[in-house]
Write a protein that binds this ligand. Structure first.
Ligand code: SF4
Length: 292
């Protein structure tokens, strides 16, 4: 391991970090939590306008907790994976009831919130509160795989090993650790990109093990691929959710039947939404958003 990687990464990040809303001075821990959840499976450009609307409407956890889960799902609109809206609402309720309306600082307390996984808990602790904790996402993993291990790709996630790798690179100083977490992610997003790394502008070029080895082909286990969206159950779920979000009242079963021609797949998607709590109702009563 090479802890000195943090010096060029932190210096590069200070100079080159993109200006993004969640990096602005005074952005609240609640804003960081909402943005991290939105960014999990949605690109930055689509998140920014939705995040602004969300925080204007619900500027703190108490505000969201006092509104209905249906409103959260409706406001999520087309960000995808709407289970995240329900989880965010449930997390707001817990923060409001158990934490006096303040997003907790500690990784363990964050992990105890509904729908908050290891990445998000660490990201909020580090980025919102400056807690010295390693934060690892897919971009971080790729940079470490290349610069430290000399592999062209990171392969499947291995949470403990990935965190240990990042911990070994993290500066002792908490403020620098926060910049290192953000900097390595940013480097993976804009410089050490998956298909065409821009080594000519990379602050790690002189230290990178993969570059020094002449970019050997990666022959390890592949990372899992995301399934195709077209024709998938996810697409059908999205069509049903869109109908429920826009309907002023319950949607009759006959209307749901018009949304997708394959009855087996349609029923499977609908059953999944009901089981996940994203939809409520029945064939007889029609379907709606939760709590609507
Ligand atoms: S030198 Fe190239 S491969 Fe190595 S970390 Fe930088 S961009 Fe990635």
């Amino acid at each position: 391991m090479a802890p000195s990687l943090s010096i060029p990464v932190v210096a590069w990040y200070r100079e080159h970090a993109r200006s993004l809303p969640w990096r602005a001075e005074g952005f609240t821990p609640w804003g960081v939590l909402v943005s991290e959840i939105m960014l999990q499976q949605t690109p930055v450009a689509r998140v920014i306008p939705r995040l602004e609307q969300w925080l204007a409407r619900w500027p703190n956890p108490d505000a969201l907790a006092s509104d209905s889960p249906a409103e959260a799902v409706r406001a999520w609109d087309r960000l995808g994976y709407p289970r995240r809206a329900l989880n965010l609402h449930a997390a707001a309720v817990v923060i409001s009831v158990q934490h006096g309306g303040e997003v907790p600082h500690e990784v363990d307390a964050l992990l105890a919130l509904p729908g908050i996984g290891d990445y998000t808990a660490r990201a909020v602790a580090s980025f919102a509160y400056g807690v010295r904790a390693p934060v690892v996402d897919v971009n971080t993993r790729r940079v470490i795989a290349r610069a430290v291990h000399g592999h062209g790709a990171a392969g499947p996630a291995r949470t403990r090993a990935d965190l240990a790798d990042m911990e070994a690179l993290l500066p002792e100083d908490a403020a620098d650790a926060r910049l290192m977490n953000a900097g390595l992610m940013e480097l993976g997003q804009v410089v050490c990109i998956a298909r065409a790394p821009r080594c000519d502008v990379c602050p790690l070029a002189a230290l990178c093990a993969w570059r020094a080895a002449g970019y050997p082909e990666y022959d390890g286990p592949p990372a899992p691929r995301q399934a195709r969206f077209e024709g998938s159950d996810r697409q059908v779920r999205g069509l049903i959710m869109r109908e429920l979000r826009h309907a002023p009242s319950r949607v009759p079963a006959e209307v749901v039947e018009t949304l997708w021609p394959d009855a087996v797949q349609r029923e499977r998607a609908l059953a999944g939404l009901l089981a996940d709590g994203l939809a409520t109702g029945s064939r007889e009563a029609g379907y709606g958003l939760p709590g609507s």
